[in-house]
Design a protein around this ligand. Structure first.
Ligand code: ADP
Ligand code: MG
Ligand code: ZN
Length: 601
């Protein structure tokens, strides 16, 4: 069975001109009936690794998938490409299931998606005995590991497959497995001398940015407003946060909804569907939201709060930009969240480890180094290269409007004019009742604790900056007592804006004017009205089909249409993501829209 056949299918059925490098190697191995473990980042294109062999090989490929939503998404996408794919799960009636089983036994179904429970059931085993099984794919294989956060006991039982389906290759796939989990997968599935394919977990299309948790709401709103119709996920720490933020966004005209574990499942599902189908733009969610979301056109992820650890954070930001188009991850961090999370850990037996992971997360947030470098090193991909696509690499991270913070600090200085030693100002701002503070009765002033939402370390950095920028004078000869300056008067009484850097080191370079407002990395698509028109057309047609828009054509495919302006069948089929079936069903409508846009009608 040749790789050429596979390439033909890639082009004709999926509409893609070439394999990504690892995809081709995996497919070659499977066609030689080798077991494989495939480690690729989210959006790396794992599905193609088993979907193409399924179409090349005779018989049926069985795919084990942990969630109904994931099965549905993949099966719908395959069907739109004209592939005979089905799933069996509790969302179907018995009659529907019987029908699919019959077609599978008759050899009509090429890909059959099932839950691990189904795969482990005796009745299903007997059904498969009547079929030619060409390949078994275990998607999201990290669910096998009890150490991971998505552990599914039924995955553990899949170890029986290797023995019962002799000679059938098994492929395990995942985007989240540290070395321990990788070994666990191989051992538990009893893979036979598996070939391990490992791509970098790097997601270079995601711009990574971190900001202190200061005026978050306003910052989030302006971030979203700059991004037109782009979909995004706003992760929050608490259920209440999700509801509050969603309400806030709605009141500012942003179509948003909230999602958390405490909701009626029916309503929760409706919100999820509204998001997937582009009926709402923003979903404010706890981390309960995510697994099972294959929506490829999530253009940004914001963390309203500090995540518990880097694994979770990386997985969450990984939900953006699955289509490979530019995406943006923005994290807000603050010491308050850190303290709340420390509190959660307090009850756990694994407190020490949990706290260490939380600290690592905080270090990441506070770091001045290339963010991606830190992330990849965390995952054991030792790298020294700066990525060029994060806030620190761009060197424009942290000028933020610190006027209110400055006013609080200056007002404390004013109240304690002539008495306040510099090193105590951060203590006073955060409301720390240290012996020195108490001795000076500094806790009696009105601004004591007025800046408790900012960490003491950040207050130290802020105070340092206020000093260097001339807003506070240090009377060194008087024991470093703080005093106001002519500049501080402007801030206190004329509301002059104070722009601050959050890191000490950058203060020295703070002479330059505030950087220009960063343009959304994706705005180039909005420069042309054509993208919007195609997006609208995609939506209308997707609604008519009852599928999410991104399944019909990805943002990447639309963008290529905007760039190439195909106006006939040949040109349209050159677009990545337009296979034969999609051309037949939707191609002409898109060609017409492009022609209309260009005024050729
Ligand atoms: P994963 O399961 O690894 O997260 P998917 O299989 O869902 O990733 O694929 C992510 C995206 O990449 C999908 O939109 C898919 O159609 C696209 N894709 C996969 N392989 C190719 C390829 N060879 N060329 C172009 N696009 C591809
Ligand atoms: Mg996948
Ligand atoms: Zn970087």
């Amino acid at each position: 069975m040749s790789i050429n056949k596979a390439k033909e299918i890639l082009k004709d059925v999926f509409g893609y001109p070439h394999f990504r490098p690892t995809q081709q190697k995996v497919i070659e191995a499977v066609l030689q009936k080798k077991d494989c473990l495939v480690l690729m980042p989210t959006g790396g294109g794992k599905s193609i690794c088993f979907q193409i062999p399924a179409l090349v090989l005779p018989g049926v490929t069985v795919v084990v998938s942990p969630l109904i939503a994931l099965m549905k998404d993949q099966v719908e996408a395959l069907k739109l490409n004209g592939v005979e794919a089905e799933f069996l799960n509790s969302s179907l009636t018995d009659t529907q299931q019987a029908e699919i089983i019959k077609r599978t036994v008759d050899g009509e179904v090429k890909l059959l998606y099932v839950s691990p429970e189904k795969m482990n059931s005796e009745s299903f085993y007997y059904i498969l005995q009547q079929c030619t099984v060409s390949l078994i794919a275990i998607d999201e294989a990290h669910c096998i590991s009890s150490w991971g956060h998505d552990f599914r006991p039924d995955y553990k039982k899949l170890g029986y497959l290797k023995k019962q389906f002799m000679g059938v290759p098994i492929m395990a796939l995942t985007a989240t497995a540290d070395p321990l989990t990788q070994d666990d997968i191989v051992v538990q599935l009893k893979l036979d001398k598996p070939i391990i394919f490992k791509d970098s977990f790097s997601r270079p299309n995601i711009f990574i940015e971190v900001q202190p948790a200061y005026k978050r709401k306003e910052a989030i709103l302006s971030f979203i407003q700059q991004r037109g119709e782009e979909s995004g996920i706003l992760y929050c720490l608490s259920k209440k946060n999700t509801e509050d933020l969603s309400r806030f966004l709605r009141s500012n005209g942003v179509a948003s909804g909230y999602y958390h574990a405490g909701m009626d499942p029916l309503i929760r599902n409706r919100v999820q569907n509204d998001f997937i189908n582009d009926r709402i733009k923003v979903i404010c969610a706890t981390i309960a939201f995510g697994m099972g979301i294959d929506k490829s056109n999530v253009r940004w992820v914001i963390h309203h709060n500090l995540p518990k650890n880097i694994e979770g954070y990386y997985q969450e930001i990984g939900r953006s930009g699955r289509d490979g188009m530019p995406a943006h991850a923005l994290l807000f961090y603050g010491v308050q969240d850190y303290n709340v999370l420390l509190g959660f850990n307090d009850q756990s037996e694994r407190k020490v480890i949990l706290n260490a992971r939380l600290d690592r997360m905080m270090h990441f947030a506070q770091s001045n180094h290339c963010r991606r470098k830190l992330l990849l090193n965390y995952f054991g991909e030792w790298t020294q290269n700066d990525c060029g696509a994060c806030d620190n690499c761009k060197g424009q991270p942290a000028l933020f409007d610190g006027t209110v913070l400055a006013q609080k600090a200056l007002s404390a200085v004013a109240r304690l004019q002539g008495k306040l030693p510099g090193e105590l100002l951060p203590q006073i701002m955060t409301g720390n009742k240290t012996p020195e503070v108490m001795a000076g009765k500094f806790n009696a002033i009105k601004t004591f604790g007025a800046g408790a939402d900012v960490s003491i370390d950040d207050w130290q950095r802020i105070v340092n900056q206020l000093v260097s920028l001339g807003y506070i004078k240090v009377e060194y000869q008087l024991g470093s007592i703080l005093a106001l300056t002519p500049l501080s008067q402007k801030v206190l009484f004329d509301s002059e804006r104070v722009m601050l850097h959050r890191l000490d080191e950058k203060i020295k370079r703070a002479k330059k004017p505030a950087p220009k407002k960063r343009l959304a990395s994706t705005t180039f698509r909005q420069e042309t009205g054509l993208f919007e028109r195609l997006r609208q057309l995609r939506r209308t047609m997707a609604v008519a089909q009852g599928v999410p828009p991104y399944i019909l054509f990805s943002d990447a495919t639309l963008t290529e249409m905007v760039q190439q302006r195909p106006t006939n069948e040949r040109e349209m089929k050159e677009i990545s993501g337009v296979g034969n079936t999609k051309w037949e069903r939707y191609g002409q409508a898109f060609v017409n829209e492009i022609k209309a846009f260009e005024g050729r009608f």
